[in-house]
Design a protein around this ligand. Sequence first.
Ligand code: CAA
Length: 380
Amino acid sequence: MFFKLSEEHEMIRKMVRDFAKNEVEPTAAERDEEERFDRAIFDQMGELGLCGIPWPEEYGGIGGDYLGYVIAVEELSRVCASVGVTLSAHTSLAGWPIFKFGNEEQKQKFLRPMAEGKKIGAYGLTEAGSGSDASNMKTVAKKDGDHYILNGAKIFITNAGDAEIYVVFARTDIEAGYKGVSAFIVEKGTPGFSFGKKEKKLGIRSSPTLEIIFEDCRVPAENLLGNEGDGFKIAMMTLDGGRNGIAAQAVGIAQGALDAATGYAKERKQFGKPIGANQGIGFKLADMATKIEAARLLTYQAAWRESEGMPYGKESAMSKLFAGDIAMEVTTDAVQVFGGYGYTKDYPVERYMRDAKITQIYEGTQEIQRLVISKMLLKD
Ligand code: CAA
């Protein structure tokens, strides 16, 4: 366990905080209202080197680590959780499996432009009939010469539509259960690959969530990630890191809500004094800050373990479980501190509260995190 961030991590935090404040926050409410993804923000993140923080320079990254990456997601989510998850899904869910399981050619062709911020990545696992029960997917991939032919559909895909590179899971062997699942890299524009319904959501409304559809979609065999049958383990290992990105998003959302609530508690006067001077409000702020600090430490610890090459799956599930829950509690309390004003769109706390909810659901529900943690405890 560590307690001090390095100079490099502090530099990333400062750079991302400034960028978030100046370029992301001013349009956050408007993009939420209009459900509008802004590619220009992603492009700017690419120019700053944020789209490939943990990847080596030879693959277009900045040679940082997972702790630097979660700090970036946290700072972005502090002002806009939609931009936070764009970076999280791009890095953890699409970049990571290519970095870890891709061959040299795949890394140069797909990871490099992603890390440079020229292309966006997405991850396609969930289907209408298989959410928590992820291995029960129906999408199939049939070998045909030097191609695989994909048929099926995936739902709730973050970054879909705008992303150019998709890591997709499909069955190459229908009889073999999870051992029959394989992972593919599918490019936008591949014939037979199209987009379906765009979801209208409670929160993270400026992050696009779409269905992706494969109809006799011919994917070059060279786009197979790892070996046939490796897909389910690739999907699970990818989520091990992805969940910590969501924990960072949750910490950022909660911190943003606390910042707003603290400012308001100092300004707003009732009964002749700032409302923060009442213990009913002051103690609430104290509890909010304490929960955030605990969630942040869990999140940083899991990222640090991954950077150090230590096991981190259980720790990531714990950070996402705890941070997701406290984000929901803290943002709900922030709305309460604002009273009636908090319930309106004049202040950002109602957006934070709506955005927090998804952190308890995606990349595995809180119930699935408990399953993952308990399985590992019992295995240990
Ligand atoms: N790392 C490596 N291997 C793993 C693993 C991991 N983290 N988890 C499981 N495995 C392996 C197991 O060891 C086992 O292999 P062996 O038989 O060789 O030991 C194999 O995978 C099957 O494991 P299980 O029997 O545990 O599999 P299961 O079918 O019971 O499922 C589960 C386990 C944890 C419930 C899994 O299905 C799961 O994580 N479900 C939730 C799915 C999820 O998180 N979806 C999120 C979608 S993405 C998203 O939300 C993105 C977004 O919008 C931003």
